[in-house]
Design a protein around this ligand. Sequence first.
Ligand code: 3H9
Length: 701
Amino acid sequence: MSDVVRLERRGAIALITVNNPPVNALGVAVRQGLLEAFRAAEADAEVRAVALVCEGNTFIAGADIKEFGKPPQAPSLPDVIAFIEGASKPSVAVIHGTALGGGLEVALGCHYRIARGDAKVGLPEVKLGLLPGAGGTQRLPRLAGVAKALDMIVSGQPIGAAEAVEHHIVDELFEGDLVEAGLAYAHRMVEEGRAPRRTGEQTRGLEGADNEALIAARHAEVAKRMRGLFSPLRCIAAVEAATRLPLAEGLRRERELFAECLQSPQRAALVHSFFAERQASKIADLPADAKPREIRSAAVIGGGTMGVGIALCFANAGLPVKLLEIDDAALGRALQRARDTYGASVKRGSLSEEAMEKRLKLVEGVTDYATLAEVDLVIEAVFEDMGVKQQVFEKLDAVCRPGAILASNTSSLDVNQIAAFTRRPEDVVGLHFFSPANVMRLLEVVRGEKTSHEVLATAMAIGKKLKKVSVVVGVCDGFVGNRMIFQYGREAEFLLEEGATPQQVDGALRNFGMAMGPFAMRDLSGLDIGQAIRKRQRATLPPDRDFPTVSDRLCEAGMLGQKTGAGYYRYEPGNRTPLENPDLAPMLEAASREKGVERRTLDEAYIIERTIYALVNEGAKILEEGIAQRSSDIDVIYLNGYGFPAFRGGPMFYADSVGLDTVLAKVKELHARCGDWWKPAPLLERLAAEGRRFSDWQPGQ
Ligand code: 3H9
C-alpha cells in the first residue's frame, strides 16, 4: 500500500485513510493508493463496509492541479471512481474541511456521505477553466437535481454541509472525531443490511423538473454574463448530457468536454492565476525567523471613501479600529458613510442588520491624535500630497507607542520620503488598498528601503487577516499597478487622437475581457484625479515627451466624469449607463488637428496591442528594476486590482503566451512611430532574443 493511502481493518469495516498534505490532492500516488485499498477491501471476505476518511485539515480538495498539461498517468480518476461505485460492499465518505472537485467526485462515487457540520462541498473546476471531469456533471444532478447542479458547477461556489444535506448530496451531519463517526456510520450500514446505493443509478434528481427549460435558461444567461469564457458553456453541455444519456454515455461525453477544456489556453491561464496568487504570499528574502507582530487594534487617518473602506475591512475581520477625522462635522460624515456602506449590503441581503451593528461598534470615531497612543497599526488615507502626509506622519511619530506600525495608503508617492518624516522608518510601510477598499481583494504592500523584515511580515499577515491578496512591491511612482496603468491610459488616450472614439476603445478592451474600458473607468473615478498625477509627471519627464490632451480639455470644460454628469460619456441623472457625449467629438477633432494627425479608423487588434503591450513593456521594466519580485506578482495585481481577465492569466502571462518575440516586434514598431514612450524594456529585448518567457526569469539572471 502507498504512503499516502492506508487501509486498516477495524472488525468488519475497512478504514481507508488518505494522507497527502497539504490538501490531500488526488495525485497519481493517491489514485493508485485508493484503487488498491478499495480493491483489497472488496477482496477481503471479512470486510462488510468501507469508510473513507482524510487526515489533516480537509477531505480531498480535488485533482492535483500541478498534473494538468502533463502526460496522464494511470489509473485515471474516473476509473478509480468507477471501481469505488461498482464495489459490492457499501462505502461511506466522511467529509471534513472542503471536499472540492475530484474530492467531491470521489465522495459521490462512494455509496453514502456524511459531513462534519462546518464542512463545505463544491465543484470549483470552472474557476480553473475546466469542468468536473470525473463524473461530477453526471452524478451531482442525479442527487441534487439539475438546477442545483448547474448552480454549483457553473458558479464553482461551494456550499455548506447543511445545504448539501438539503439537496441530498450528503446523507447526514456529524460532529467530533472523523474516524469514530465514519466507523459508527459504517457499522450502522452493516447492521441495517444496507446495500451499495450507487449515485450513477439514481434518477430522483433528474425527474419532476423541466430540465430542458432549465438548461436553455442557464445557457442564455451564461452566454451573456460569462462572455468569452470557454468552460462554462461546456459545463452546461455536460449536465445536459446527464439529462439525456445513460450514465456510461454521459460519462463519455463529460470526458470529451473535459479534454477540450484541458487543451484550452484559458485553462493554462486560470491555473497560472491560481498558483500565482499563492506564490505572491512568498517573499524570497524574508528570513524564516521574521515573526509578524500581533495586531489587536488599528486606526485609519482620514474618513473619505478610501479611509472608511479601509476601516470597514478591519471591522469585517473583527478587529477594533479608530477612524480619525479633523473635526466633529467631518467625523460625523465619515461615520455616516460607514453606516451607509453597510446599509447597502443589508438592503441587498448580503449582511444582516445584527452583523452590521456588531461591525459598526468596532469602528470608533475620534478627532484627537492622542487617542492613537496604544494602537498597533495606523493607516494614513489622507489627500495625495506630500506636505499633508508629512504633517500626519510627524504627528503619528510623536503619539504612537514604540513598535506601532505606521502605514501609508498612498497610491503613488515615495514611501521612503514618507518614512523619513518619522524617527522609525523601519516601522513604516505602504499599504495600498484599491477602491472600494472593503470590496477589492488587492493589497499592494509597499516595501520601503528601511522597512524591517518583521514589519513586512506583519503587513502580509494583516493582508491575510483582511482576506486580501497581498503582493509585495518596491518604491517608485505608482508602484506596480498604477505605474503600468499610466502607460495604458496614456496610450488609450492617444488612440482618441488617432481617430478612435471612447466607445471603440472601451469596446475593444471589453471584448478582450477587461472588466471595464479605460474611459468608462476614468469617468467612474473622476478625471481630476488623473489630472493631478499628469501635472506632477509632466514636471519630471523630459520636455520632448508628448502627452495626450483630451482628458485635460474635458477637465477644463468641467466634465469630470460621472460626478458631473459628463466626461468621456454623458450620464442621465441617477443612471450610470454611459451615453455618447456630444461635446466630445469637437474636442477630439481639435486634439487631432493640433497634433497634425489625420483621424482614421482603428481596428480592434491595434487598439489591444497599443494598450496591452504598453502594460507589458512597463511590466518588464518593473521586473528588471526589482519593483516586483516575479512576473506572476504583476499578473496577480492586474487580475485582482485592474479587472484584467483571469482567463488570460494577467498581462505578463498573456505576453508569454503571445510570444515575447512577437510582442517585441510590435513594441519596436510603435517606438519608431510613436516615440520614446515605447522604448523597448531591456529585459523584453533580452528574453525575446533568448527565446525565453517572463515566467522563467529570476532576478539576477
Ligand atoms: C479537479 O478536481 C478536476 C476533476 O474534476 C477531474 C480530474 C480528472 N492541487 O489555497 P491554499 C496547494 S480540479 C495541487 O493556500 P487554503 C496550494 O498551491 C481541482 N495543489 O490553502 C498551496 O501550495 P503552497 C479542483 C494544491 O487553506 C497549498 O496547497 N479543486 C491544490 O487557503 C495550500 O493551498 C480546486 O480547485 C490542488 N488541487 O485553501 C481546489 N489545492 O503551500 C483548489 C491547493 O506550495 N484549492 N494546493 O503554496 C483550493 O481552493 C484551496 O487550496 C483550499 C485550501 C480551499 C483547498
